[in-house]
Design a protein around this ligand. Structure first.
Ligand code: ADP
Ligand code: 5GP
Length: 193
């Protein structure tokens, strides 16, 4: 049985996978299965319809982002598809310290940085059933421009190639409920909630 409260340090669970594979959908399914703190990232990309500032991301301009890099405010950060994304350091560490499990939804380079600075982190990569299905999901979501879809697909194959050696676990998002259950089991095996 795992310890709880301040005696137990939380588990840092990093979820990555190509854009459109279903990371946000799986994270949502996880909220119904287990308690965790979701780390809200900063980004310089534009807000999509339906996204809320401070909930989905903290939307900032490039100058604000660069300032936060300079002051050491990020646990990790990366440039992806022409935009900057980063994980605020203090909130993540504060939650881990009081025993909360913390979930990051970040791309591959950031996941690698987290593993380097925090080797206990658990890295899970979500694969699509096929590249065709990935493209269909990205397109059907209907909130990403054609040029951006092409950019995201062009890095997807490379990200997927890295999955087996860079990540602790890979799961296939065929059915959301099944992949969420798999992630709950992975976390439980590591001593999480
Ligand atoms: P990501 O966060 O990885 O970019 P999203 O969670 O936004 O991906 O999902 C991309 C699209 O794929 C959404 O329209 C979502 O409803 C759909 N989707 C997610 N998981 C599945 C699944 N298992 N089967 C079919 N469609 C899915
Ligand atoms: P999107 O623009 O579709 O929301 O996200 C694009 C990519 O950026 C996704 O792979 C997502 O996981 C990643 N991402 C989101 N937040 C962060 C972050 O804080 N750091 C890093 N490195 N990647 C992030």
């Amino acid at each position: 049985m795992s310890e709880t409260g301040a005696n137990r340090r939380g588990i840092l669970l990093v979820i990555s996978g190509p854009s459109g594979v279903g990371k946000s959908t799986v994270v949502h399914a996880l909220t119904e299965r287990m308690p965790f703190h979701f780390s809200v990232s900063w980004t310089t990309r534009k807000r999509r319809p339906g996204e809320q500032d401070g909930v989905d991301y903290v939307f900032v301009d490039r100058a604000q982002f660069l300032e936060n890099i300079a002051s050491g405010g990020f646990l990790e950060w990366a440039e992806y598809s022409g935009h900057l994304y980063g994980t605020p350091r203090d909130a993540v560490l504060a939650h881990l310290d009081v025993g909360h499990d913390v979930l990051l939804d970040i791309e591959n380079d950031g996941a690698g940085q987290v593993k380097n600075s925090y080797p206990e982190a658990l890295l899970v990569f979500i694969l699509p059933p096929s590249l065709e299905e990935l493209e269909r999901r990205l397109r059907d979501r209907g909130d990403t421009s054609e040029a951006d879809i092409q950019k995201r697909l062009s890095v997807a194959a490379e990200q997927m190639d890295e999955a087996t050696w860079k990540f602790d676990h890979t799961v296939i998002n065929d059915q959301v409920g099944i992949v969420a259950d798999e992630i709950v089991s992975i976390l439980a095996a590591a001593g999480g909630s």
